[in-house]
Design a protein around this ligand. Structure first.
Ligand SMILES: [Zn+2]
Length: 285
């Protein structure tokens, strides 16, 4: 799932490639992905791309007074095309392309979604705050100051992994970067937020900034099409079960849940003790 760094990189990429171009037309292939009907996509025709920005994990393509707000969910992506191979309108319901934006110079982009779980959410609105997921966002994980960060984490009692990824507490962090941040901060994903010391909260804040800033720098350096691969290669613990931790050499371990999993290093984060994983304890060494 694209998180803050990848969405930030997409916004930078769009500002460089699309700003100043005018929308020729928007074509919708996946009716269910477009969550708004007023204004209709035809209202975007003729408008200039005036910018692109990010609200948490939502991408905001600014169209001179309108906002195309995109939540890529787990399997969504944006593909920029220098030129489309066909001028024919998209056929509804065919293939991974959900929505196409054609620009006046023949370039444009496709919003796509792989797989059968359709969670991609696109809103065309006059104000990004009209998107429910955006209105509820907490402060941005890269904008928040240390005191606010500490206050918000402590106020939402729970396991730190869940609290860090709660978009109403902090916007932008998901499953992958929370694993990385907790590893960098040397904290167990199951540590209770209301029991974190000042020192631990300060370490967590510093790790959040460092991990996300580094990831944004890496992601922005890549072309949009390559961002997914780069995300993987930059990670230290996430998605690396069984591989050695680059800090202490211990094997990275995993805890599985119904539809996700987290990775951590017992050496760096849990005093050498593996976390209980009842569901998969029989399968994992
Ligand atoms: Zn380690």
């Amino acid at each position: 799932m694209p998180e803050l760094p990848e969405v930030e990189a997409l916004a930078v990429y769009l500002r460089e490639r699309a700003a100043g171009r005018r929308v020729d037309r928007i074509e919708v292939a996946a009716i269910n992905a477009l969550k708004t009907y007023d204004p209709s996509p035809s209202a975007a025709a003729g408008r200039a791309v005036t910018g692109a920005s990010r609200h948490g994990k939502h991408l905001d393509v600014e169209l001179d007074g309108l906002h195309l707000v995109v939540h890529l969910a787990r399997a969504g992506w944006l593909h920029y095309r220098e030129r489309f191979t066909s001028a024919a309108p998209l056929k509804p319901g065919k293939g991974p392309i959900a929505l196409r934006v054609r620009l006046d110079d023949g370039s444009g982009f496709d919003l796509t979604e792989a797989g059968t779980q359709k969670k991609l959410a696109i809103h065309l609105v006059g104000d990004p705050a009209q998107v429910p997921g955006v209105a509820k966002l907490g402060p941005d994980a890269l904008d928040v100051d240390a005191a606010t960060f500490a206050d918000r984490l402590r106020a939402r009692r729970g396991q730190v992994k869940g609290v860090l990824t709660d978009q109403q507490v902090l916007a932008g962090i998901g499953n992958a970067y929370s694993d990385e941040i907790l590893h960098a901060a040397r904290l167990s994903p199951f540590a209770r937020t209301d029991r974190l010391t000042e020192e631990q909260l300060a370490a967590l804040y510093a790790a959040t900034r460092r991990v996300l800033t580094d990831a944004v720098t890496r992601s922005v350096g890549q072309r949009a099409a390559e961002l997914k691969g780069e995300k993987r290669s930059g990670l230290v613990v996430h998605g690396r079960t069984g591989l050695p931790c680059p800090v202490c050499g211990e094997s990275v371990r995993e805890v599985s849940f119904a539809d996700s999993s987290l990775q951590y290093c017992p050496g760096c984060q849990t005093g050498g003790k593996p976390l209980a994983d009842r569901r998969l304890s029989k399968l994992i060494r």
